[in-house]
Design a protein around this ligand. Structure first.
Ligand code: UGA
Length: 441
């Protein structure tokens, strides 16, 4: 059995690497020739723990990397994992996936195989039936369900744990018609992930499951962030003890209850916007989803407010941002809250120094010479008026009085409560911590 994977981003490259390392005959396809060249040498174009090791393993076996779509002609299973970013108005941008399925369709015309095409990319409900299926049938001059299979197969992996999540997903969703292709797909996944629940449903439900998943996660984060704001006005209250305790209730669950500066990344903000737009178009007022977004946007304002309260005018103040990646163990800064924060601080003419163990290169692509970058935490803090911990990198747990002693004014805003247990000789503010604990110099 030959497997083709189209689009070598986080999802596609993780799947390519995991399947090929298991011995499957895989071809990973991406239109970006430069990217393909790197991947073929075992180099990942982005940082993802464990990815390069497993990719190299696959390359030693049967894995091929190519920018030629014609190779899908020999494939029995084709996974589409291209991006579905957002337009300026927040709508989902389907141009990349439309192009990809159009090319697949054209190639399918000459294929002797009856492949199953799995769509892993996130698409709003109705996209498979109204857009993807018609494009494929028109371009291939073949019939879905008869000449080829088409299945919605949403992905739930998280960046920074992409390999583990690809190997051990919590569920497999297969959306589509009940055909011989669906039976074959079920068999494939039963073998690949024994004991993992397989949910077979229709296209539109599968599409909606993905949005339900991400919007629920965003809701949990905004919920805990709103509570953490309330806690800040209860002297001595600590949001982490609250999260830990409510998380013990199996009806609530402990994950995604870490209060912070808001959710970022390439998925939750985009999917929330797309779902809100979709609900509005469907005539349903998304009151709750709007509130989740509003809480998320306002969370950042708090940080600005605290820095202004403590430092006065931010013009020419040196502010150190610790962490620009949208979460630890990634170099991804897409829709990172830290990037939004830097933009706001720059508008107020603050001087920004950033440190991040992995994301400096990507951050430079956005800000160029407008801000200062350093690989040394000590240099980042030197002569600074304010340090803001944005990303929960392990390195920041070690920060101590000596590190802060080089600052001009020792205001520390800890968005992740990493230094809570330390006796610090600084003006310390932590998100989700009642004011009594503030250590005002
Ligand atoms: C998210 C989902 O978690 C995945 O299940 C999904 O497959 C993926 O989007 C996608 O649609 O492709 P990811 O974007 O990798 O995964 O990031 P998350 O781990 O969900 O984190 C998102 C943001 O929420 C980060 O900014 C993180 O710092 C924040 N977060 C997360 C919190 O502030 N608190 C938490 O408790 C958890």
């Amino acid at each position: 059995m030959k497997i083709g994977i189209i689009g070598l981003g986080f999802v596609g490259l993780s799947l390519t690497s995991v399947l090929s390392s298991k011995g499957y005959d895989v071809v990973g396809i991406d239109i970006d020739e430069g990217k393909c060249g790197k991947i073929a040498k075992g180099i990942s174009p982005f940082y993802e723990p464990g990815l390069e090791k497993i990719l190299k393993n696959g390359l030693k076996k049967k894995l091929k990397i190519s920018n030629s779509f014609s190779l899908i002609n020999n494939c029995d299973l084709i996974f589409v994992t291209v991006g579905t970013p957002q337009n300026l108005n927040g709508d989902i941008d389907l141009s990349i996936i439309k192009k990809a399925v159009s090319t697949i369709g054209t190639n399918l015309q000459n294929s002797k195989k009856s492949p199953i095409i799995f769509i892993k990319s996130t698409v709003v409900p109705g996209t498979m039936k109204k857009i993807i299926l018609p494009i494929l049938e028109k371009k291939s001059k073949k019939k879905a369900g008869k000449d080829f299979g088409l299945i919605s197969n949403p992905e739930f992996l998280q960046e920074s744990t992409a390999i583990k999540d690809t190997k051990f997903p919590h569920a497999v969703v297969l959306g589509g018609y009940s055909t011989k292709f669906m039976k074959k797909a079920k068999k494939f996944f039963e073998k690949l992930h024994p004991n993992v629940p397989i949910i077979i449903t229709n296209h539109q439900t599968a599409e909606m499951i993905k949005y339900a998943n991400n919007s629920f996660l965003a809701t949990k984060i905004s919920f805990i962030n709103q509570l953490s704001n309330i806690c800040q006005n209860i002297p001595g209250a600590n949001i982490d003890d609250i999260s830990k305790t409510i998380g013990l209730d199996p009806r609530i669950g402990k994950l995604f209850l870490n209060a912070g500066p808001g959710y970022g990344g390439s998925c939750l903000p985009k999917d929330m916007k797309a779902l809100i737009n979709f609900a509005n178009i469907s005539g349903i007022k998304p009151t709750l989803l709007n509130a989740v977004e509003e809480v998320n946007t306002n969370q950042l304002e708090q940080i600005i407010l605290i820095s202004k309260q403590r430092l006065g005018n931010l013009n020419s103040k040196r502010i150190t941002v610790l962490g620009t990646a949208f979460k630890p163990n990634t170099d991804d800064i897409r829709d990172s809250i830290a990037i939004k924060l830097i933009n706001k601080l720059l508008k107020r003419k603050a001087k920004i120094i950033i440190h991040d163990p992995r994301a400096i290169k990507n951050t430079k692509k956005i800000f160029g010479e407008k801000i200062t970058y350093t690989k040394s935490i000590k240099n980042a803090l030197s002569k600074s008026h304010c340090a803001i911990i944005m990303t929960q990198w392990k390195q920041y747990e070690k920060l101590n009085n000596k590190d802060f002693s080089y600052m001009s004014k020792k205001l520390v805003i800890d968005c992740r409560r990493m230094l809570l247990a330390k006796e610090l000789d600084v003006d310390y503010f932590a998100i989700g911590l009642g004011k009594e604990k503030w250590n005002i110099l």
